[in-house]
Design a binder for this molecule. Structure first.
Ligand SMILES: C[S@@+](CC[C@H](N)C(=O)[O-])C[C@H]1O[C@@H](n2cnc3c(N)ncnc32)[C@H](O)[C@@H]1O
Length: 208
């Protein structure tokens, strides 16, 4: 986010970064001492708030806290899952698998019961109620057959079985492995980017 937004921001812009994963911090191209470890404490006031792949991990109370801290400042919350999974070709166990995975995504992740695929829509509603103009745009992952898809499906299946230990995915795993090897499997994971700015009470300049 920092690198991507930099062309639009003043070079003097100051960032406050937050990430709690020590393994990620060790690989960050920024000295880890500059990064706060927790989003749980009071959120600082800032001119804008941005995140990537975060808001689906938090609960509604944390989103309200974010909006209170933001006090009308712009928000750019990227890459929140929106609950869609399109996998081709289909398999009879897809629906049960993705339903169990969705339940896993809504577990407690440290900042309340996570909203999972509802997150971008809940945040959009809260922003609208707080007087923001909100834009939601699709930013889906499109995964062709390959190692990333294999790892993603493995993660989804493992999480789904944790959420529903009665799931029997033996056939699903066997068929998916064959399709991956043949390069015949694709997955789209629905994501949304949310951008919210406060509506101006009066236009800056009136048309003649
Ligand atoms: C899905 S990952 C996204 C990582 C990165 N922002 C990206 O887009 O690739 C979510 C990140 O949020 C971090 N995170 C989750 N809860 C947090 C918390 N309470 N405080 C700080 N970081 C947290 C996790 O450690 C994880 O790295």
């Amino acid at each position: 986010m920092m690198r991507w937004l930099s062309p639009w921001l003043s070079p003097r812009a100051r960032w406050r970064l937050v990430e709690r994963d020590a393994a990620l911090l060790a690989r960050a191209p920024i000295r880890a001492q500059k990064i706060r470890r927790s989003l749980g404490a009071e959120l600082p006031h800032a001119d804008a708030y941005v995140s990537s792949a975060l808001v689906d991990l938090v609960g509604v109370a944390w989103l309200r806290k974010l909006l209170r801290a933001a006090r009308g400042k712009p928000l750019l919350m990227g890459l929140a899952v929106d609950g869609r999974h399109e996998i081709a070709p289909p398999h009879r166990d897809d629906a049960a698998l993705f339903a169990a995975f969705a339940r896993h995504q809504r577990r407690f992740k440290g900042l309340g019961a996570a909203l999972g695929g509802a997150a971008p829509f809940v945040l959009a509603r809260l922003c609208a109620r707080a007087g923001y103009r909100v834009e939601l745009a699709a930013s889906d992952w499109h995964l062709p057959s390959g190692e990333l898809l294999e790892a993603t499906l493995d993660g989804i299946a493992t999480a789904a079985c944790e959420a529903d230990p009665s799931l029997d995915l033996a056939d699903w795993r066997r068929v998916r492995k064959q399709q991956l090897a043949a390069g015949k499997l694709t997955l789209t994971v629905g994501h949304r980017d949310l951008f919210a700015v406060r509506r101006r009470r009066r236009p800056i300049c009136r048309p003649d």
